[in-house]
Design a protein around this ligand. Sequence first.
Ligand code: NAD
Ligand code: GLY
Length: 369
Amino acid sequence: MTPLYQIVHVETGRPYDVVIEGGVLGRAADYLAPLARNGRIVVIADANVVAPHLATLTGSLEAEGLRVEPIVVPSGEASKNWRQLEALTDRLLALEIERGEAIVALGGGVIGDLTGFAAAIVKRGCKFVQVPTTLLAQVDSSVGGKTAINTAAGKNLIGAFYQPELVLIDPEVLDTLPPRELRAGYAEVVKYGLIDDPAFFDWCEANGAALLNGDMAARVHAIATSVAAKARIVAADERETTGTRALLNLGHTFGHALEAETGFSDRLLHGEGVAAGMALAFRFSVSRGLCAATDSERVSAHLAEVGLPTGARPATNASGETLAAHMAHDKKREGGDVPLLLARGIGQTFLAKGIDLSEVAAFLNADDA
Ligand code: NAD
Ligand code: GLY
């Protein structure tokens, strides 16, 4: 049984800890007070998170005599743009932020990516702390140092590798997250089992529903296991140069094509695209004779059981050729080749190169899920 308090150490160029603890938001001062300067902490908060959670964080800091400078950012993917970045960096400079002063990101992946990038460039680098409030951000985006904004050319194309000083994860804040967002984040949890930890996939099959229904011990176990897996992979390949970190993209190339086709809209959340993409990657692996059909069926059955999509439909009826054309623009593209994350079984994901996208298009046309 996992204790309700866990620390995972991330051994990057500049190492840091990820603290996972129920209720830690209300004790945040224990961790943040040493990072305060001039008696204050600057908090960049998602507008939707302000009402349910900002006062808890502020209360803890004020009890230690610290002042909070909140900067509220509109919720949603659209905030990861040049305009919000400029507005945020202008506010930070107006506050005369110091390099040694930690900027706190309170929100999901949108706020973490935007704040992390602002922290990377203001005064050529300020300290920052991630306080992720979505399951997706708690198990993935808050750890590993990828920060970015979107432009007309695509998602996450402008950014920096910039590690946080600390990550504080309170699984209790997930109680206010809409169930659909919670499920979407759970797809990234399942991903770690599918990459290289079949025992964790077994655990997900047995405990995923309890986690989604609010079981705190299950949440802490899933978050700690996911963060430990991500920490291990990021430590091995911090800047995604050897192919190891690319394993974290399981399901993302298929999923990204579905997200692009649905306009990166509420029709398909990122985690839903990842779930559909993982199921497609397994079925495509079966079609190439790489993976047993029983493993692929287990993956789809578990995702479907918790209410996640397992194929292109119903999000889109686009043809295989249209989806493959989106895949051709993948960030991992190298010399015209789009490497794909495929599987030899549950927990046996690998990076496959030299796959003809016309084969993928034909597979997608024949796939009816
Ligand atoms: P998000 O930040 O948009 O949050 C999802 C929704 O939940 C938003 O409406 C938000 O306002 C709301 N919300 C957040 N916390 C809440 C809470 N506790 N209670 C109620 N509502 C809450 O989305 P996300 O899924 O967290 O993150 C997606 C972003 O993360 C994308 O931009 C993606 O590119 C990025 N990402 C980055 C990495 C990385 O390694 N840096 C990895 C994966 C995804
Ligand atoms: N979410 C993919 C990565 O951090 O590399």
